[in-house]
Design a protein around this ligand. Structure first.
Ligand SMILES: [Zn+2]
Ligand SMILES: [Zn+2]
Length: 154
């Protein structure tokens, strides 16, 4: 585990399933939560996912392989990037907020499988909990939408 927060000299890094697509993040996230929204459920096939938001200025690609981008016509402000080799969705840019979101499961890990910089990326809440597919019994806040900007469910 690294003890210093992500910085330009010690960025967070991540990759897709096959490793062809890689990225780096030069600052800590501005949002970190478990997301239970229906978009994440459909994209991942999982009941919820560890989501991280960053200012787009902190995000950079660090690979050479071509990527595929796609836009859901119902959410045209969001551009998602997918690996052309393994098909995994690896990052999403929101043009309304100029933020990039990534999933914690793609972040680099140490030899024992633990995510590096965990204390800086550890989720602080469950968001969009109203559409949950699984009850979570932990001590994090449960929110209807974004943490601190919606009704708290539990
Ligand atoms: Zn890939
Ligand atoms: Zn979501």
């Amino acid at each position: 585990m690294s003890s210093s927060p992500p910085s330009p000299s010690s960025p967070l890094t991540g990759s897709c399933f096959c490793g062809a697509i890689t990225y780096a993040l030069s600052s800590p996230p501005v949002l970190r939560a478990y997301c239970h929204c229906t978009q994440c459920q459909r994209l991942t096939g999982c009941p919820f996912i560890h989501t991280l938001h960053f200012p787009s200025s902190a995000f950079s690609w660090t690979h050479d392989a071509p990527v595929h981008t796609f836009i859901n016509p119902h959410r045209p402000w969001k551009t998602r990037t997918r690996c052309q080799v393994c098909g995994v969705t690896i990052a999403s840019h929101n043009s309304k907020t100029d933020r990039v979101s990534v999933w914690g499961s793609h972040l680099a890990r140490d030899d024992s499988g633990c995510i590096l910089h965990w204390e800086d990326v550890r989720p602080t809440a469950h968001m969009f909990y109203g559409t949950r597919l699984l009850e979570i019994d932990d001590n994090l806040g449960k929110w209807e939408g974004y943490e601190g900007k919606s009704d708290r469910i539990a």
